[in-house]
Design a protein around this ligand. Structure first.
Ligand code: G4P
Length: 282
């Protein structure tokens, strides 16, 4: 639903201010990324917005992403100074590790607090990310049955609540929503293909052709199997290939419907797991 937000400049400014207001009350930010788009699902201004705030990258929807690529991305993020975890909020994989990983990210701060004799308190965290990356799903996963809210804390925007997950972690009850990158056409196609932005923002056939070309290049066998194609079919232009698939599926000349079908199938992982942002291409 949140994928349908229309991001006008005013909305972007408001979203930025909202997050910045809360930053001073949190110890760590959980930045949620989509496993299919470890770069393209990130907000373009995030470093500016978050400044030096400690951050843990949560690469969500691991069931849909390419394991090999994701491991490479984790290494790359580490080289850039960020800890990351590959998680699956929907099926609850690695979600439990978030608390222990947060302590690793905040190790220095926790040590400093202890040395200064400060009483240890729960880590305060906030989830942020672009629409549809799984912020609410993760929130629900983390909160689970623990509906006990800690109540308003001084200084936090009115109406905001902290949810105590255990004695070690408190979570702000509303995730921060940021806008995706609209500047680059290829990024736009990637976002549309995975459902991160509204379908109507781009032509379905452009998005479908982009997706089909990606799979022909990187996973030709999957395309052959899924659409009963031969190896020589794959040397057709992507447009002709789409037309051939259209015929095989009995869509006659309904190019629009064929495009939608390709998009839906790729989105749903019917052509297998994939990561569109390839580390070696960035
Ligand atoms: P948001 O708050 O960031 O906008 O995202 P939200 O949690 O609403 O999740 C967006 C969609 O992504 C939902 O699907 C949700 O189920 C799905 N999702 C979240 N985490 C994962 C994951 O780890 N793996 C997979 N495969 N999907 C995930 P939906 O189609 O909008 O809803 P539904 O069909 O699941 O009800």
């Amino acid at each position: 639903m949140s994928g349908n937000i229309q991001w006008f400049p005013g909305h972007m400014a408001k979203a930025r201010v909202k997050i910045q207001e809360k930053l001073k009350f949190v110890d760590i930010i959980y930045e949620i990324l989509d496993a299919r788009l470890p770069i393209s699902s990130r907000n373009p201004m995030l470093d500016k917005i978050l400044q030096q705030k400690p951050r843990l990258l949560l690469i969500n929807k691991s069931d849909l992403g390419d394991r090999v690529q994701l491991k490479k991305w984790c290494v790359s993020f580490k080289e850039q100074g960020y800890n990351s975890l590959i998680i699956n909020a929907k099926f609850n994989t690695n979600v439990k590790k978030i608390i222990s990983e947060s302590k690793i990210v905040l190790k220095e701060k926790l040590k400093r607090d202890e040395a200064r004799g400060l009483k240890s308190r729960a880590i305060r965290a906030m989830i942020i990310g672009i629409p549809n990356v799984g912020k609410s799903t993760l929130m629900n996963r983390l909160v689970g049955q623990k509906k006990a809210q800690v109540g308003n804390k001084p200084g936090v925007t009115k109406g905001q609540q902290w949810i105590r997950l255990n004695s070690d972690l408190e979570l702000l009850d509303t995730p921060g929503i940021l806008w995706p990158n609209f500047e680059n056409e290829e990024v736009g196609k990637k976002l549309a293909l995975t459902g991160a932005i509204k379908d109507q923002l781009l032509h379905a056939d452009d998005v479908a052709l982009f997706g089909l070309a990606f799979f022909v290049n990187h996973f030709p066998k999957r395309v052959m199997e899924r659409y009963s194609l031969t190896e020589s079919d794959l040397s057709l232009s992507t447009v002709d290939l789409l037309l051939l698939i259209l015929q095989k599926r009995g869509f006659k000349d309904d190019y629009e419907r064929a495009s939608q079908m390709i998009i839906q199938e790729i989105r749903a992982g019917k052509l297998g797991p994939y990561t569109l942002d390839l580390l070696e291409e960035v």
